[in-house]
Write a protein that binds this ligand. Structure first.
Ligand code: FES
Ligand code: FES
Length: 165
C-alpha cells in the first residue's frame, strides 16, 4: 500500500506493508534513526514522536494510520544549528548519560512545556512516567525541564520589555 505523511515539514510518499509500524517507517524507510526502538511491549517510550502535535509511542501506531498526518521527530526539534531550548536544557543540566531514552524524553518534555510553560516537579515526573531511563535516576531530567522553563520565561519577559520600550 502507499502512504503519504509529512515528517518534520517534508511530505513523503512511500510503498509500505500495511502492518509496518510508524517507528520502523521513520527509522528504516526514511532513515530518521533519532527515534529509537527499545521494547516490544510499549513500555520504554524511547520511540515517542509527535503525531499532529501530540506525543505518541510510535511503536503503537501503524505507519498507515499516520497517513495524511503531521509527524515531528527529534530531528525536527533544532532550528538548523540552533538547539531547541529543551535540548539546551538537557545539555546544561546533564539530562542524559547514554542518550538512548533522550529522543523520546525530549519530545515528551517539549510537548509538556508547550502546554504548561511552568511545570512543577510532580507534573514533569507525571509527563515522563510512561518512559524509562536506566541511567539518570530522572532527577537530572527534571532539572533540565525546569532549566528550560525558567530560561524560556526569561526570554519571553525580555521580548515583552523590548516590545513595551
Ligand atoms: S519502543 Fe518501547 S515503547 Fe515504543
Ligand atoms: S540516559 Fe541512558 S537510558 Fe536515559
Amino acid at each position: 500500500m502507499q502512504v503519504t505523511m509529512t515528517v518534520n515539514g517534508t511530505e513523503y510518499t512511500r510503498e509500505i506493508e500495511g502492518r509496518m509500524l510508524l517507528v520502523h517507517f521513520l527509522r528504516d524507510v526514511l532513515g530518521l534513526t533519532g527515534t529509537h526502538w527499545g521494547c516490544d511491549t510499549s513500555n520504554c517510550g524511547v520511540c515517542v514522536v509527535w503525531l499532529d502535535g501530540e506525543p505518541v509511542k510510535s511503536c503503537t501506531v501503524l505507519a498507515a494510520m499516520a497517513g495524511g498526518h503531521e509527524v515531528r521527530t527529534v530531528e525536527g526539534l533544532a532550528n538548523g544549528a540552533e538547539l531547541d531550548p529543551i535540548q539546551e536544557g538537557f545539555r546544561q543540566c546533564h539530562g542524559l548519560q547514554c542518550g538512548f531514552c533522550t529522543p523520546g524524553m525530549l519530545m515528551t518534555c517539549r510537548a509538556l512545556l508547550d502546554k504548561n510553560p511552568d511545570p512543577t516537579e510532580g507534573e514533569i515526573r507525571e509527563a515522563i512516567s510512561g518512559q524509562i531511563c536506566r541511567c539518570t535516576g530522572y532527577s537530572s531530567i527534571v532539572r533540565s525541564v525546569r532549566w528550560t522553563a525558567v530560561h524560556e520565561a526569561e526570554a519571553r519577559n525580555a521580548k515583552e520589555e523590548v516590545a513595551q520600550a
